[in-house]
Design a protein around this ligand. Structure first.
Ligand SMILES: Nc1ncnc2c1ncn2[C@@H]1O[C@H](COP(=O)(O)OP(=O)(O)OP(=O)(O)O)[C@@H](O)[C@H]1O
Ligand SMILES: [Mg+2]
Length: 455
C-alpha cells in the first residue's frame, strides 16, 4: 500500500485529505510538524507528500527544501491557499511536482495523486531501464528489445563478427550499430558510417576504397577510403540494400579476403574492421528480383539482429513517451508532466508507421507547440486520432411495415450500450463516461433513467 504523507496545520484539511486518500486505497500519514514531516520522509517509504505552503509559523518552502535534501527524488504536491500562488511557483523550481489550490474538490485530489504516482513510476522505470541498458542508448522494456540488448552485448565481444541489422525505418538500427561498437573492445577506435543509398556508384566506391593520385580525372591527390580510416574500428554500412550490384561484388571480396585495393592502386592493403550493415528492405525479395547478391547476403548476415516495428512491441510506447517528454520538456523549458489516459490509449492503439522516430517527433512537436501540464488527446496530431473508427455505424435496424417509435428504439439501443460499457468498466462511472465519450453528469442522468445503478 502506497504511503502518502499529509503536512498541514489545519486538522480539518488533514482529516479531509486522509479520507479522500483512503478511498483510493492509499495509506495516509499526517502531521502538522515540519520536523516530523522531514523525519517521515527520511525514515518511512513515502511515495508522495501533500504539503501545505502555509504552516503557521513555518514556511512550506523550507520544509520542501529540507525534504529534498533528505531525498532528492521525493514527490511533493504543494497545497496552496489564496495569495500564495507565487510561492507555489517557487516551490516548483525547488522541485515540487505540482500544486493544487485551496479549496479543492475530492476529484481533483484523486486525479492529481494518481497522475503524480503514475508519472513517478514511469520515471523510475525509465531511470532503471537506462541504467540496465548501460552503454546502450536505447529505451524499452519489451521482451523483443531486451533480447536485442542481449544480442548487442554478445556480439560486441566478438570483435570482428559481421552484423546485419534489419528493421523498418525509425526502429533504431543506427543506435544498435553504435551500441555494438561502443560496447566492443574497439570502442576507442573509429566508428565510421556511410549511407550507401545516398551516393552514386562511383562516388561511393571511392569513398569506401579511396584512390591513388591520378586514378581518375578529378583524383588530384591520394585519398584514404573509409575502410582504411576505420581500421581496428567498425564501419557501419547503412542502407546496404541500396548498394549497386557492381559494388556488391567488390564488397563481397573485402568480406572474403579482408583486403582492399585503392582505386588506381596496385597493391592490396590488409584491413581489420568490423562490418556492421543495416537495411530496411526485404532482402529475400531483393535477391529474388536479382537486385541483391545472395552470396553477399550470407556474408553480411553472420550475426543478424532484427528490430521489430514499434506496433509489434507496444509495451515500449509508454516508456518511450515518458523518456522523450522528459527530454523535450527540459530542452524547451516547459513543465509538461505526463499524458492523460485517453491520449495514452490513442497512442497505444496507433500503428506508428514511422516507428520510434515518429513517436519522438510527435512528442517534440507537442512540447514546442503547447504548454499544458498534461498532454491530452486534443494535442495529438490528426493521424493518431484517425485510427479510431468514429464514423462507423456499428449496426443497422430494419424498419417493419408498421413503422417504429423512434425514441423507443433509440432508447433501447442507448440502454444496451450504457449497460455494456458499465459492465466493461466494472461499474466505474468515470471510466464508463470516458469510453462512451459523454460527460459524467450526462451518464449519471442516463443511469438513473434506465434504472442502472452505479453502486
Ligand atoms: N529504443 C529507442 N530508445 C530511444 N530512442 C530511440 C529508440 N529507437 C529509436 N530511437 C530514436 O529514433 C530515431 C530513429 O532511430 P534510428 O536513426 O536509429 O533509426 P533507423 O532504424 O536507423 O532508421 P532509418 O532506417 O530511417 O535510418 C532516432 O532519433 C533514435 O534516437
Ligand atoms: Mg538509420
Amino acid at each position: 500500500m502506497e504511503k502518502i504523507l499529509i503536512v498541514d496545520d489545519e486538522a480539518f484539511i488533514r482529516e479531509n485529505l486522509e479520507r479522500i486518500l483512503s478511498e483510493d486505497g492509499y495509506r495516509p500519514l499526517s502531521t502538522e510538524s515540519p520536523d516530523e514531516a522531514v523525519r517521515f520522509v527520511a525514515e518511512e517509504e513515502i511515495s508522495l507528500v501533500l504539503l501545505d505552503l502555509n504552516l503557521g509559523n513555518h514556511s512550506g518552502l523550507d520544509v520542501l527544501r529540507a525534504m529534498k535534501e533528505v531525498d532528492p527524488d521525493i514527490l511533493v504536491i504543494i497545497i496552496t491557499g489564496y495569495g500564495t500562488v507565487e510561492s507555489a511557483v517557487e516551490a516548483l523550481k525547488i522541485g515540487a511536482y505540482d500544486y493544487i489550490k485551496k479549496p479543492f474538490k475530492a476529484d481533483a485530489i484523486h486525479l492529481i495523486v494518481k497522475l503524480a504516482l503514475e508519472t513517478q513510476n514511469l520515471r523510475r522505470k525509465v531511470k532503471r531501464l537506462s541504467k540496465e541498458a548501460d552503454g546502450i542508448n536505447m529505451i524499452g522494456n519489451s521482451a523483443a528489445l531486451l533480447q536485442i540488448f542481449r544480442q548487442i552485448r554478445e556480439v560486441a565481444k566478438h570483435e570482428t563478427a559481421t552484423v546485419l541489422i534489419t528493421g523498418e525505418s525509425g526502429t533504431g538500427k543506427e543506435l544498435v550499430a553504435q551500441a555494438i561498437h561502443n560496447l566492443s573492445p574497439r570502442s576507442e577506435r573509429p566508428f565510421v558510417e556511410i549511407n550507401c543509398g545516398s551516393l552514386p556508384f562511383n562516388l561511393l566506391e571511392s569513398e569506401l576504397f579511396g584512390h591513388e593520385r591520378g586514378a581518375f580525372t578529378d583524383a588530384k591527390t591520394r585519398k584514404i577510403g573509409l575502410f582504411e580510416e576505420s581500421d581496428s574500428g567498425s564501419i557501419f554500412l547503412d542502407e546496404i540494400g541500396e548498394m549497386d550490384m557492381s559494388l556488391q561484388v567488390k564488397l563481397l571480396r573485402v568480406l572474403e579476403d579482408r583486403k582492399i585495393r585503392r582505386l588506381g592502386g596496385n597493391r592490396n592493403i590488409d584491413i581489420n574492421v568490423r562490418i556492421i550493415s543495416a537495411t530496411n528492405v526485404d532482402f529475400k525479395a531483393a535477391i529474388e528480383r536479382k537486385e541483391f547478391r545472395e552470396d553477399l547476403y550470407y556474408r553480411l548476415n553472420v550475426f543478424p539482429i532484427h528490430i521489430p516495428p514499434l506496433r509489434d512491441r507496444r509495451e515500449d510506447i509508454p516508456v518511450l513517451l515518458e523518456y522523450f517528454l522528459l527530454r523535450f520538456s527540459k530542452e524547451f523549458n516547459k513543465a509538461m508532466k505526463g499524458f492523460s489516459r485517453e491520449s495514452l490509449d490513442l497512442m497505444m492503439r496507433y500503428h506508428w508507421p514511422g516507428n520510434v522516430r515518429e513517436l519522438r517527433n510527435v512528442v517534440e512537436r507537442i512540447c514546442i507547440m503547447h504548454n499544458a501540464e498534461q498532454i491530452r488527446s486534443e494535442h495529438l496530431p490528426r493521424e493518431i486520432w484517425g485510427e479510431t473508427p468514429q464514423s462507423e455505424i456499428p449496426f443497422s435496424c430494419e424498419i417493419p411495415p408498421e413503422g417504429i417509435v423512434l425514441d423507443d428504439v433509440v432508447g433501447q439501443i442507448e440502454k444496451n450500450l450504457v449497460e455494456k460499457a458499465f459492465q466493461i468498466t466494472g461499474g466505474n462511472v468515470a471510466k464508463t463516461a470516458r469510453i462512451l465519450n459523454v460527460p459524467r453528469g450526462t451518464l449519471r442522468y442516463k443511469l438513473e433513467k434506465y434504472l442502472l445503478t452505479s453502486d
